[in-house]
Write a protein that binds this ligand. Structure first.
Ligand SMILES: Cc1cc2nc3c(=O)[nH]c(=O)nc-3n(C[C@H](O)[C@H](O)[C@H](O)COP(=O)(O)O)c2cc1C
Length: 192
């Protein structure tokens, strides 16, 4: 059910399993990353980094698919692009731990996926991948932490999906009500 005051694009975003492998135009990919870069961040550190690859670079693309858990591989391999987000976990100005590095990278990511949707591009985030494989592959320094991987592309028709995934694709996920997670004055006092 649509909620009146909530931005339509927020309500319409969802994470599909059925991706088309049709190319996503480079200007759209660039706009998504530019939108990510507009996110606020603690001390304006902008701790996010992204590496992406596309089906046009098949060898690298297959390496990225290889980072994923089997449950994600089966559908994510059909997407046109795969993105890895990373966070620099130390502040650049004093090299101390940035407690907000993942938080801020998530903020950037949300910009990215809303911008994508405004251009008809869908993003499905994945935590199901091997952080160790990614660290080895990119020879990441200790202060660069892999955050999430994402499948990116136009919506597909589901013909490549198993019946179980197709069912998952057809059902939008439910949300808690603000009645359940917002409190006023104390955690024992629900706000709405
Ligand atoms: C950090 C993160 C990790 C996720 N990992 C996976 C994953 O490994 N596999 C998967 O199918 N979906 C994954 N998801 C997608 C979530 O299941 C999905 O966002 C959630 O169920 C809400 O559905 P919606 O995005 O369609 O609104 C992940 C989402 C996030 C934000």
């Amino acid at each position: 059910m649509k909620k009146e005051l909530i931005l339509e694009i927020i309500q319409e975003r969802w994470s599909p399993y059925a991706f088309s492998s049709a190319p996503v135009e480079e200007f759209k990919l660039k706009a998504m990353f530019e939108a990510a870069g507009y996110a606020p961040s603690c001390n304006n550190e902008q701790p996010w980094e992204f590496v992406f690859t596309t089906q046009d670079e098949k060898e690298v693309f297959d390496d990225f698919v290889g980072f994923l858990n089997d449950g994600n591989k089966v559908w994510a391999k059909n997407a046109y692009a795969l993105i890895l987000s990373m966070a620099r976990t130390n502040f650049s100005y004093n090299d101390k731990t940035n407690r907000f590095a993942f938080h801020d990278t998530g903020m950037a990511l949300n910009n990215l996926l809303l911008q994508a949707l405004s251009l008809d591009i869908y993003v499905h985030q994945m935590g199901g991948y091997s952080v160790e494989k990614v660290k080895d592959y990119f020879k990441l320094d200790d202060d660069i932490e892999p955050v999430a991987m994402m499948a990116v592309g136009y919506l597909g028709d589901g013909s490549t999906l198993t019946p179980e995934l197709l069912k998952r694709d057809e059902n939008r996920r439910t949300r808690k009500s603000v009645k359940e997670f917002v409190f006023k004055n104390s955690r024992s006092n629900l706000a709405f």
